[in-house]
Design a protein. Structure first.
Length: 302
């Protein structure tokens, strides 16, 4: 009896059962859990071609990374259709370079995937509809005339320009013409060391605006270690070189709005942009809080 009990005990499995290594029992491992194979949807790329579609994750880790990337992209394309810069340029009727600039400036909503841009088709369609309803931007002179009229500072305008600007504002109001004012300046993003921001702000040719002038107009927008200002085009390059501003940095903390000298609207003693100008700059911001502040400020403008 003791012998039978002993043999029975020796045949009893321990719990939990011990795992057998692949070296001891490879056939059993393969039968229980075959190698995971991911087949990327669509054409393969050069990296995944090394392993080819259906390559085992264990045998080809580089191909596995691409397979996961494909699945990630496929998932988000299923939820929201993405188009690349070239397709977006074709739909907007502009160059790819122009689209990249619009994406970098926040004029067109997009996603940054590594070093490449992608645009959600739904948002691109919305942008096209908004652009169509807004119409083409006015000339820089007309844009600044409208802003001067919005602030009641249009006495220096020629009678014809003053009459036209007032008529446009009376029809639509400042909020109704924001999309027409884009040509007033060329917006460029830079990164500058935080130690230069104070000195740059005090440059005699700079006029603070946007978040950098929000507090001056009691607008609820904050700017920490950030500078936004207007500058005449003849002075821009010298400022950029003098302060070592980097236009290619991934993160920017300086926005310079470069205005043609012929239409420079600010008197020499003005260091802060008027209310309507600040409001429009805030409305163009990528930050939701800044846009809300711009909306409230625009409603306070004449």
């Amino acid at each position: 009896m003791s012998r039978v009990r002993s043999e029975s005990a020796s045949q009893t499995r321990s719990f939990p059962p011990k795992r057998q290594s692949a070296a001891v029992c490879p056939s059993r491992r393969n039968a229980a859990s075959p190698p995971l194979k991911l087949i990327p949807p669509g054409p393969t790329t050069s990296r995944s071609d090394a392993g080819g579609p259906g390559t085992s994750l264990q045998d080809d880790p580089v191909g596995a990374e691409d397979s996961i990337a494909y699945l990630f992209r496929y998932r988000y394309n299923f939820v929201m259709k993405l188009v690349n810069v070239e397709e977006a340029a074709s739909q907007l009727g502009v160059s790819s370079r122009r689209v990249r600039k619009m994406l970098a400036d926040g004029l067109v909503p997009g996603l940054r995937i590594g070093r490449a841009w992608a645009v959600e088709q739904r948002l691109l369609d919305r942008f096209k509809d908004r652009r169509a309803s807004t119409g083409r931007p006015w000339s820089p002179l007309s844009a600044w005339a409208a802003l001067a009229a919005a602030d009641g500072h249009d006495s220096a305008l020629a009678p014809v320009d003053r009459s036209r600007a007032r008529h446009r504002l009376s029809e639509r109001g400042l909020l109704g013409v924001v999309g027409r004012l884009a040509s007033r300046a060329q917006r460029q993003h830079f990164y500058g060391h935080t130690s230069v921001l104070g000195r740059l702000e005090n440059e005699p040719n700079l006029v603070r605006s946007g978040v950098s002038a929000a507090a001056d107009h009691r607008a609820d927008a904050l700017a920490s270690d950030f500078l936004e200002a207007y500058i005449p085009s003849s002075q821009a390059q010298g400022i950029i070189e003098r302060y070592g501003l980097n236009a290619d940095a991934e993160r920017s903390n300086i926005v310079l709005r470069i205005v043609e000298d012929a239409v420079w609207p600010f008197p020499s003693d003005v260091r802060v942009a008027p209310r309507a100008v600040v409001a429009v700059d805030l409305l163009e911001s990528e930050d939701e809080r800044s846009r809300r502040a711009g909306l409230a400020l625009a409603r306070r403008s004449r």
